[in-house]
Design a protein around this ligand. Structure first.
Ligand code: BEZ
Length: 210
């Protein structure tokens, strides 16, 4: 099933390293960073899991709950987490879904046969508290994800929701943002009393609080 931005993501029940979950219930009023990786006891995945655990406070600050997935069992995940903690100098506490039967991987289209028919590629789903898919990207097995980018896109989505703005190329927290074309200048004047910069009628930038 193709997942589209703005869709409510499919719910599922699954075993994880922190017990059985109903995915939508588990998300609750938080955002979710749901990500798959090919396999336990593999090098790139070990660094990604470690990085996610190290960024625990950064995710919590943004009201985001991380949750991993691979097509391994809970027992394998739990044994591997010991290695992740040892080698990446961290304490991994977020759940990892055990999807040995590939049910969730198939539901979320994480199996890309050109890469593997039995293991998930590196998918990312950023899901909001309404359970809507807000952003997704997919990396091949051979390329580890950039976690600064994952936090950056979460910041951009949350700032967009707060101020009804868009973010320009290479935006980072603190930089000017963009007033979308759907907001005319009269509306922009009332929404942004601090004033804005009209570079072109369709290109207007503004400073907002984060
Ligand atoms: C890794 O995590 O290192 C990895 C897993 C599957 C294929 C390639 C790399």
């Amino acid at each position: 099933m193709a997942l589209h931005l703005g869709d409510v993501v499919p719910n599922f029940q699954a075993d994880t390293t922190t017990g059985k979950i109903d995915f939508h219930e588990w998300i609750g009023d938080s955002w979710a960073f749901f990500f798959s990786h090919p396999a336990d006891f593999t090098p790139v995945c070990t660094t990604e899991m470690g990085r996610t655990a190290q960024l625990n406070d950064e995710f919590a600050k943004r009201n985001v709950k991380p949750i991993g997935l691979s097509t391994d069992t809970v027992e394998e995940h739990l044994k591997w987490i010991e290695d992740v903690n040892d080698t990446q100098n961290t304490t991994l506490t977020f759940p990892i879904v055990a999807d040995a039967g590939l049910e969730v991987s198939r539901l979320y289209d994480m199996i890309h046969p050109g890469e593997s028919t039995t293991a998930a590629v590196r998918s990312v789903f950023i899901i909001d508290p309404n359970k809507k898919l807000r952003l997704t990207f997919t990396y091949p097995m051979s390329v580890g994800r950039n976690f600064a980018e994952i936090l950056r896109v979460i910041d951009a989505l949350q700032l967009g929701d707060k101020h009804t703005i868009a973010t320009p190329a290479d935006w980072e927290v603190g930089k000017d943002v963009i007033i979308p074309p759907s907001i005319d200048n009269d509306k922009a004047n009332s929404m942004f009393p601090q004033g804005f910069n009209e570079i072109r009628p369709y290109l207007r930038t503004v400073k907002v609080d984060s």
